[in-house]
Design a protein around this ligand. Structure first.
Ligand code: ATP
Length: 364
């Protein structure tokens, strides 16, 4: 096991800058997840750590060793891709032991290691099968097992679950988490799936256009996003955004007034007439009866546009009157408005996030 450290690492491909100068240090044994929209540079970062690609500038360390010039096979990292290429002519056992065999481990060591890894991934009963006799999920577990069997210092995973169907994906994700808790290898995991990021990570790195937007625990990223991009990337259904204009201690949204949270008023002294995006997570919104406005600090008048029953709850889409500004929220199943019904939504003003409309930076 080893720490992984990037010091001002950048990667350019002719005119494209895939990764701007980025720096972070992953402590030994932690599970970090790189997330961000397509093309933000996640895979390039992983490939540079693996040694499959070289930084244009900057230093990359695994443990205390500077590895910029160290070839991939000498870095002691194992990588699992979305397309787990197992060797089709080999059995599962041979696939699992292949890395050790390449390193000239003796037969007894290989056998012991293969048995142990197969047991931990629940594939011991499949050892004599060939890959084509396995389901997609089983093949993916063998690919993970093949990487683990080598006992690498660092484990690199690039969208390893994206070929699996939803249920298998959930199961394998849980297994991966337990596996990491047991073996504790430093792991870097690339995904664009925010659910995987939230559930697996010790720390999440949110990337956009080759730049780090924020590094933090899942809770920090979710509750204290530094900007609109981070706030909207994590969370399902995503954070609601309303366009508003600030004036004298209040926000105005299509003629409706929302008081500005008191903590922000001193910060907005010079922002009279400026545009802001107001962020509110769906779980903070409630349908209230308009006769009880005191129970919440802020209210918005809306019109029901769509109701989707999900069994345990309903997903509700509403629109602000005379506008195209939409809000999504979840409600108890007994709240089932007719399309076009007027609904008052209430929420705690402390849950409101305020972003500068032009830069996306959070005001706090
Ligand atoms: P995805 O989620 O779609 O896999 P990503 O976040 O992993 O995307 P990268 O594959 O790291 O993104 O690519 C980052 C940027 O670098 C993209 O604009 C991509 O087109 C560019 N890029 C990556 N590899 C090369 C290459 N070999 N030559 C030229 N441009 C490249």
């Amino acid at each position: 096991m080893a720490r992984v450290c990037l010091e001002r690492v950048a990667r350019k491909f002719e005119s494209t800058t895939a990764v701007e100068e980025i720096s972070f240090e992953i402590p030994d044994g932690e599970f970090w997840v790189l997330v961000g929209p397509s093309g933000c540079g996640k895979s390039t970062i992983l490939r540079m750590i693996a040694g499959l690609d070289a930084p244009t500038t900057g230093n990359l360390y695994i443990g205390d060793r500077l590895v910029n010039q160290v070839p991939a096979r000498q870095r002691d990292v194992a990588m699992v891709f979305q397309n787990y290429a197992l060797y089709p002519h080999m059995t599962v056992a041979e696939n699992l032991g292949f890395g050790l065999q390449m390193r000239q481990a003796d037969a007894a060591t290989i056998q012991a290691q293969v048995q142990s890894v197969a047991k931990s991934l629940d594939i011991a009963h499949l050892l004599q099968r060939k890959p084509k006799q396995l389901s997609g999920g089983q093949q993916q577990r063998v690919a993970l097992g093949r990487a683990i069997a080598r006992s690498p210092q660092v484990f690199l995973l690039d969208e390893p679950l994206s070929n699996l169907d939803a249920q298998l994906r959930d199961e394998t994700r849980a297994e991966l988490k337990q596996l990491h808790q047991r073996i504790g290898i430093t792991t870097i995991y690339v995904t664009h799936d925010q659910m995987e990021a939230m559930t697996l990570a010790d720390k999440i790195v949110v990337l956009s256009r080759g730049q780090i937007q924020q590094i933090g625990s899942p809770q920090q990223i979710y509750n204290q996003p530094v900007n609109r991009m981070v706030a909207c990337f994590l969370g399902h259904p995503p954070m609601n955004l309303l366009q508003a204009v600030y004036d004298a201690g209040s926000f105005y949204i299509q003629g409706q007034r929302l008081p500005c949270p008191a903590r922000l008023i001193p910060l907005l002294n010079s922002a009279q007439g400026h545009s802001f995006d107001l962020g509110i997570r769906p779980e903070y919104l409630q349908v209230i009866s308009s006769s009880e406005p005191d129970q919440t600090t802020a209210t918005l008048e809306t019109i029901a546009q769509l109701v989707e029953p999900l069994g345990r709850e309903n997903m509700l889409r509403v629109v602000l009157p005379n506008s195209d500004q939409i809000l999504n929220l979840t409600t108890k199943t007994e709240i089932y408005p007719q399309i076009g019904d007027r609904l008052t939504l209430g929420f705690d003003l402390n849950a409101l996030l305020v972003f500068d409309a032009s830069t996306g930076a959070i005001v706090r």
